[in-house]
Write a protein that binds this ligand. Structure first.
Ligand code: HEM
Length: 454
């Protein structure tokens, strides 16, 4: 029963709900815009087992993220990720098991290790830029920078997880995870569990076994010859001894899977926004010249990162408008009250970083791309901006890779702007695609040439 002090969620007209439900699970962004306009940023959709609550109001999200984890379930019927990440992954776990798995990984993501990855990220970015420059005509050639970014992000994440020893497997990991992404983005009916051979689902299972074999071999190697490599997450998980080998495999798979598509899609949106905004690419290049040093070979560290202020704001502004997860699902494990609304137990809550990032009360001219909006904020404005910028979620179940992702995106865009001239093949921001991960349709085709040294 609904608590006396809480209101029922506002909903669109019953007749339109079936169509909205069908569309939101396929192409969420236009439906979210429509619902926010016609009903508001918090609303209910559907009935019975197909009951959704959409939460996109920043103040209500603040309340949602502050609730204890056991008010919600992540291992619910809409969470189709287990087939890829494995049943022992923190992403599909709840309660004490989630806590144990997450805290084990958390200690592997120490600040020391994160800072230690900075030179490797810059080095890998340079190598990706060298590949672009050596493959295109000096007069310029169109390159899909989304593809370049995907290869780069997988190179970085494989080194962060395994150190240099498995770096040679990066392209193979890229392929294994690409097929998993394609499967997860396929219509929901194709993801219904079954054991039929020769299907996309069977292929995902085979890929997962191939992945496990590589990780198992590496775990055995680390036990036989423990490494003192301070950057290697897998070595840290093995040395801690808190997780079984199966759990370790599932966490490593989740970290690569959750970090790969999200970060590369965000990079593609950043490239679009930074190249389409007049003068911004040149400003980014100038900042990078000043911070990295003109000879482009100064060592990079956490101070380098801290000085890439414009690159950081471009990252924040892009993720405000184009969060990789437009909606993220969790199920209400009990009756929950947020923002004065009652959300009954069993409802699937789609909280939306996309709606929060475009909220008119929180942001001035929310649809305009303006990285300078984060400059010179009063304490009150900063508080509003922080709580309305939620591409990595919030509370105890936020993104565990948020610092790594922000670091990567800031360093990569800065280095690319320093060394490349990129001109997109259209003046329009592309249409978004993807239910699980929001990315620009058609990738990021851009005319690439070497940027002259200033
Ligand atoms: C731009 C890049 C990224 C974005 C936008 C992003 C976004 C998110 C969001 C919104 C959540 C929370 C979902 C919820 O409330 O249920 C999440 C969870 C998670 N993310 Fe990320 N993520 C990014 C990159 C990464 C990276 C680089 C890693 C790891 C290397 C990572 C690993 C994870 C994991 C393991 C979880 C599940 C945490 C848990 O269940 O406790 N993500 N991410």
């Amino acid at each position: 029963m609904r608590p006396a002090h809480a209101a029922r969620l506002p909903s669109p007209k019953l007749l339109s709900q079936l169509d909205l439900l069908r569309r939101i699970l396929k192409d969420p962004q236009p439906v979210l815009d429509e619902l926010a306009r016609s009903v508001g940023p918090v609303c209910g959709l559907g009935i019975g087992p197909m009951r959704l609550a959409i939460v996109g109001d920043p103040a209500v999200l603040r309340e949602l993220f502050a609730k204890p984890n056991d008010s919600f379930r992540w291992n619910h019927r809409f969470n189709l990720l287990a087939v890829v990440v494995g049943p022992g992954s923190m992403i599909v776990s709840d309660g004490a098991e989630h806590k144990r798995r997450r805290s084990s990984v958390q200690s592997a993501f120490s600040r020391r290790r994160l800072n230690g990855w900075i030179p490797m990220i810059v080095e890998q970015t340079d190598s990706a830029i060298d590949d672009v420059l050596s493959s295109v005509d000096p007069a310029g050639e169109v390159v899909d920078m989304y593809r370049v970014g995907r290869l780069l992000v997988v190179e970085i994440v494989v080194r962060a997880m395994f150190g240099e020893r498995l770096a040679g497997h990066a392209a193979e990991f890229g392929e294994l995870f690409q097929r998993a992404q394609d499967y997860l983005e396929a219509p929901a009916y194709r993801q219904i569990p079954h054991r039929l051979p020769f299907t996309a689902r069977a292929r995902v299972g085979q890929d997962r076994r191939a992945f496990d074999a590589i990780v198992d071999e590496e775990i055995a190697h680390l036990r036989a010859e423990p490494t003192d490599d301070p950057l290697n997450v897998l070595a840290s998980l093995v040395a801690q001894g808190d997780l079984t080998d199966g759990e370790i495999r599932d966490q490593v798979n989740s970290l690569i899977g959750a970090g790969y598509d999200t970060t590369s899609a965000s990079l593609a949106w950043m490239l679009w926004r930074a190249t389409l905004e007049p003068g911004l690419w040149a400003r980014l290049g100038d900042e990078a010249d000043a911070v990295f040093g003109r000879d482009q070979d100064g060592g990079s560290d956490s101070i380098t990162l801290a000085h890439l202020d414009l690159a950081n704001r471009v990252m924040r502004e892009t993720l405000r408008l184009h969060p990789a997860g437009v909606v993220s699902p969790r199920e209400a494990a009990v009756d929950v009250v947020v923002g004065g609304y009652s959300i009954p137990k069993g409802t699937v809550i789609l909280w939306s970083a996309y709606l929060a990032g475009r909220n008119e009360t929180a942001w001035t001219e929310p649809l305009s791309f303006n990285p300078d909006r984060f400059l010179d904020l009063t304490a009150e404005q900063r508080e509003i901006a922080n709580s309305s910028w939620v591409p990595f979620g919030g509370g105890a179940r936020n993104c565990i890779g948020f610092a790594l992702a922000q670091m990567e995106l800031t360093l990569i865009i800065a280095r690319m702007a320093q060394r490349l001239n990129l001109v997109p093949n259209t003046s329009k921001v592309p249409r978004p695609v993807g239910m699980v991960v929001n990315r620009p349709s058609g990738g990021a085709p851009m005319l690439a040439t070497r940027r002259a040294k200033r």
